[in-house]
Design a protein around this ligand. Structure first.
Ligand SMILES: [Zn+2]
Length: 531
C-alpha cells in the first residue's frame, strides 16, 4: 500500500455526526483511499502526525456571496483558512447569470453590493457560460452555483414593480430549468429585495417547478425575517409542500428585539412540516448582527425601479421627509433600522465612495457630517449609488443558540466579500472556526460531531454532492486538520479580515492548500455541476 498523503493518529470526525474515532487516513490523487489503521512502515509522499488534532471533511459553506469576488481573487484565502473547501454561490436571488446583453446594466446595478470591487466584463449570457467563465479561473475552493430568482426576473421583465404575467412566469421557469440543466444546484430568492419583493407566492412556486427534473434545491431569503417571520416560514413550507421541491430557509433568525424568541415558533412549524413529510431545512450564521445593503432601511416603494430611481427620490427633499416619517413610524414592511434598535445599532461596513465612514455607526457618521443620522444615511446611499453594505445589531444570542442546535439547521456564512481593503461582517472570515471555538469548545452548545456534520455532511447531502462531506474510502479528499483546543475565530468589526487560529491544514481534491495556516501557492478548486 502506498499513498500520496497519510494523516496518522487523528481524531477522525467523519462528517456523518457519528462519534469520533482514532485512526489514519490515506489519499491518492484527489480521493480518500484508506480509512482505518495503517502499518508503521507505510509508504507515502507525505505523512502528517495529527496526534491531538481533529481530521474532518472540508467545510461546505452552502450560502456565500463570493460570486464576483471569484473574478477578482479566485483563491479566496479567507474561506480556505477557515477550512472551507466548497462554497455555494448565487444566493439570496443574486446570481450573475443567466442574462441577455440588453439587461446587463440593470443586473450590474442589482448585484452592486456583492460586486466586491470586481470589474466583470460580462462576457457570459447563459448559466453554462457563467460556469465556464468560473472554470477558467485558478480556484481555491470548489464552487456550487445557484441561479437567482431576482436575476431571472430581471432577465424576463427588468425591474418592474408588479405581479408577473403567466407568460413571464413561464419564461422565468424555463430559465431556471435550463440553468439547472447546465449545472446550477438550485434556485435562490431574496424576497425583501426588489425585484424579488414584487413577486407573488404563486410566481415563486411556479418558477420553482423548473427545479423538478434534477431535484434542485430552493433556498429562500424569506419575505420577512422579523414581525412576520412565522408567516415567512409558512410561505416557504407551502412552496415545498405544493411543489414537492426540497426547500431551505436561508440565514434563519428573528430580527428585532420585539421578535426575539419567534424562532421557537418557526422551528416548530418546520418540525411539523417535516413530520408531514415536507422536505424543508434551514441554515444559519453564528452571529447576532445581520448584514445587507444600507438601502434596506428604505420602504419598498422607494426602492422600486432600480438604484437610479432610489437616488433620484433621495435627492428630492420632500420625498426624503416622507421616507423619514415612514421609517420612524410603526410599519408593516421590513424596517431594518427599527430592528437594529435605531441608528446606533446600524453600522456601515463598506461604502467605496465614502470610505471614511466604513466601520462607523450612523450616529457616528451623523456627528461627522453635523447632520441627523438618518439624513447622513441617505447621503451615504446617494454617494455610493447603492454599492454599499451595512450591519444591523438585530439578533439575540439566545436565538442564535436555539437555532444552531436544531437538527434541521446547518451552518452557512452568508458572507458578503468586501472590496480590497474594505471592511465587512466578521462572518466572512470567522464563521466556521467560531462554531468550533465558541459554540463547541467554550459554550458547549453543540457537540464536535454535530458541528462538523452541520458544516460538511449535512450541506453535502442537501446539495446532492455524493462524493463530498464525509470521510470514507472513495470520497473526494477535501480535508481539514484543526486543533480542537485552540481553534477560534479572530475576525471582529474592527478587524474583520483577521484570519482564525487553530486551522492547521486544508486539502482540496487531495491538494494541500493550507499548511500551518499559510497558503501553499496551490490552486485546486473545481466548478461542480448538479448531476
Ligand atoms: Zn439573504
Amino acid at each position: 500500500m502506498s499513498f500520496d498523503l497519510v494523516v496518522r493518529n487523528a481524531r477522525i470526525v467523519d462528517g456523518t455526526g457519528a462519534p469520533w474515532f482514532k485512526g489514519d487516513v490515506g489519499t491518492n490523487g484527489s480521493k480518500i483511499s484508506f480509512v482505518g489503521k495503517l502499518p508503521e512502515n507505510v509508504q507515502a509522499g507525505e505523512i502528517i502526525d495529527a496526534t491531538g488534532k481533529v481530521l474532518c471533511p472540508g467545510f461546505i459553506d452552502i450560502h456565500t456571496h463570493s460570486d464576483f469576488l471569484l473574478l477578482r481573487d479566485p483563491l479566496i484565502l479567507s474561506k480556505l483558512r477557515q477550512g472551507v473547501t466548497t462554497q455555494g454561490i448565487g444566493q439570496c436571488g443574486l446570481s450573475p447569470a443567466p442574462i441577455s446583453a440588453e439587461k446587463i446594466e440593470l443586473l450590474d446595478q442589482y448585484l452592486g453590493f456583492i460586486k466586491a470591487g470586481a470589474k466583470p466584463d460580462w462576457n457570459w449570457n447563459s448559466f453554462a457560460d457563467w460556469l465556464n467563465a468560473l472554470e477558467g479561473l485558478d480556484l481555491g475552493t470548489n464552487i456550487a452555483a445557484f441561479v437567482g430568482h431576482g436575476t431571472v426576473r430581471i432577465a424576463v421583465m427588468g425591474f418592474e414593480g408588479r405581479i408577473a404575467t403567466e407568460e413571464e412566469i413561464k419564461k422565468m421557469r424555463y430559465l431556471v430549468e435550463s440553468s439547472v440543466e447546465e449545472g446550477a444546484f438550485g434556485l435562490s430568492s431574496g424576497l425583501i429585495y426588489p425585484p424579488g419583493v414584487y413577486s407573488s407566492l404563486d410566481e415563486i412556486a411556479q418558477v420553482c417547478v423548473g427545479l423538478k427534473n434534477k431535484n434542485g434545491l430552493y433556498e429562500s431569503h424569506m419575505r420577512n425575517e422579523s414581525n412576520d417571520v412565522v408567516s415567512g416560514v409558512m410561505e416557504t413550507v407551502s412552496i415545498a409542500e405544493n411543489t414537492g421541491i426540497p426547500v431551505q430557509v436561508s440565514h434563519h433568525k428573528a430580527l428585532g428585539k420585539d421578535n426575539w424568541g419567534l424562532v421557537k415558533d418557526t422551528l416548530n412549524e418546520i418540525d411539523k412540516a417535516r413530520d408531514r413529510g415536507v422536505d424543508i431545512t434551514a441554515n444559519q450564521y453564528p452571529y447576532t448582527s445581520c448584514s445587507t445593503t444600507l438601502r434596506a432601511i428604505l420602504p419598498p416603494w422607494v426602492q422600486e425601479g432600480g438604484v437610479d430611481k432610489v437616488v433620484d427620490r433621495l435627492k428630492d427633499m420632500s420625498i426624503r421627509k416622507q421616507i423619514t416619517e415612514e421609517i420612524n413610524s410603526a410599519s408593516s414592511w421590513e424596517n431594518m433600522l427599527r430592528h437594529a434598535g435605531g441608528c446606533e445599532g446600524t453600522r456601515i461596513l463598506y461604502s467605496p465612495y465614502t470610505p471614511e465612514y466604513e466601520g462607523m455607526t450612523l450616529v457616528e457618521i451623523g456627528e461627522c457630517m453635523g447632520k441627523d443620522p438618518l439624513e447622513a444615511a441617505f447621503d451615504v446611499i446617494v454617494a455610493n449609488r447603492g454599492a454599499d453594505n451595512a450591519a444591523y445589531d438585530a439578533i439575540s444570542e439566545d436565538d442564535v443558540k436555539f437555532v444552531i442546535k436544531h437538527p434541521a439547521v446547518m451552518v452557512a456564512s452568508d458572507s458578503i466579500p468586501p472590496a480590497e481593503g474594505a471592511k465587512t461582517h466578521p462572518r466572512t472570515c470567522g464563521t466556521n472556526p467560531r462554531v468550533l471555538g465558541k459554540y463547541v469548545r467554550e459554550e458547549k452548545t453543540l457537540t464536535l460531531e454535530d458541528a462538523v456534520w452541520k458544516m460538511s455532511g449535512f450541506p453535502a447531502w442537501r446539495l446532492g454532492l455524493q462524493t463530498k462531506g464525509i470521510i470514507k474510502e472513495g470520497m473526494d479528499a477535501d480535508l481539514v486538520i484543526f486543533d480542537p483546543d485552540s481553534v477560534k475565530d479572530m475576525a471582529t468589526f474592527e478587524n474583520p479580515n483577521h484570519e482564525p487560529v487553530g486551522i492547521d491544514h486544508v486539502f482540496v481534491n487531495g491538494v494541500k492548500m493550507i499548511k500551518n495556516g499559510k497558503h501553499t501557492g496551490k490552486t485546486a478548486g473545481k466548478v461542480l455541476r448538479k448531476r
